[in-house]
Design a binder for this molecule. Structure first.
Ligand code: ADP
Length: 261
């Protein structure tokens, strides 16, 4: 009698454990499925928006007779902008797919990070000049790291582009590169609009934008920082954000110098 009782209590406790972890697993699966559905619905929405605008613009041109040449041109400019926006969303989505931790492949080589940052800054200089934003690069030593050049380049590009986009006229962007024997450290600091504290956790989520209207104006898709974070994580790196509204934002990235698969 005693033995039996002991066994059945033990069995019962095990059942409890199994059913608890089963429930836990189901919950996690449900969350994954929810976020997958949300992503698909966001993608559809984002892709549809420019197409809808293009349709409205084209329809209104077609429905009018004898449209003055000037007006014609104005509409075509708008249509071209919407096509460019659609293009950007598609390109960002393709980058995001490549940055998928499970399906994304790593193409590792020795990369001169100083040179890479300089190249990116040179490419972004004209955008900064338009709003008289000063780009400064401070580097403490030559850094060579085993990374996927395309992915790291996209990650750094997104951070610096954001620092320019979400900045004030006559502002500044300071990029700092440093390293020790294990990691390199990249810091992108700006004098821009900042990120509200309650949004600082969400900015890395796909399609998340603090200010949808302004972000659309600046050509944002809300995918840049998720691309950046995925790229960093694929290298077993880390990324952090510090920000104060109306004062500025600093992103810090830490990437191992040698790649561990
Ligand atoms: P987006 O394409 O909208 O720029 P991101 O994923 O790159 O998308 O960034 C998400 C949001 O985080 C942006 O819409 C913006 O609100 C905020 N953000 C990103 N970087 C900065 C920054 N340097 N300063 C202020 N806000 C930023």
């Amino acid at each position: 009698g005693y033995m039996e009782e002991k066994v059945s209590i033990k069995g019962f406790l095990e059942m409890e454990n199994i059913s608890a972890s089963f429930n836990h697993m189901l919950n996690r699966l449900q969350k994954l499925e929810d976020s997958r559905q949300e992503f698909v619905s966001n993608v559809s929405h984002e892709l549809k928006t420019p197409i809808t605008s293009i349709k409205v613009l084209a329809d209104s041109l077609l429905s009018q007779e004898d449209v003055p040449g000037e007006l014609y041109k104005e509409f075509l400019v708008d249509i071209t902008e919407e096509i460019e926006r659609e293009n950007k969303i598609i390109n960002d989505l393709l980058s995001l797919v490549k940055m998928d931790k499970k399906s994304g492949e790593m193409n590792i080589s020795s990369v001169n990070i100083n040179g890479l940052v300089e190249q990116i800054l040179k490419r972004l200089q004209p955008i900064a000049d338009k709003r008289n934003i000063e780009l400064v690069f401070e580097t403490f030593r030559p850094v060579i790291a085993e990374v996927d050049e395309v992915k790291i380049s996209l990650a750094i590009n997104n951070l610096i582009e954001n620092a320019i986009k979400y900045n004030y006229e006559d502002g500044w962007v300071h990029v700092t590169l440093n390293a020790d024997h294990k990691f390199f450290y990249l810091k992108v600091a700006d004098s821009g609009v900042g990120i509200p504290e309650d949004a600082q956790d969400s900015i890395f989520e796909r399609f998340y934008r603090v200010d949808k209207a302004r972000s659309r104006e600046t050509g944002g898709t809300g995918l840049g920082l998720s691309i950046t974070r995925n790229a960093v994580l694929m290298h077993r790196g880390a990324i952090k954000v510090y920000s104060k509204e109306q004062e500025g934002t600093t992103f810090t990235v830490r990437i191992p110098l040698t790649y561990i698969a």
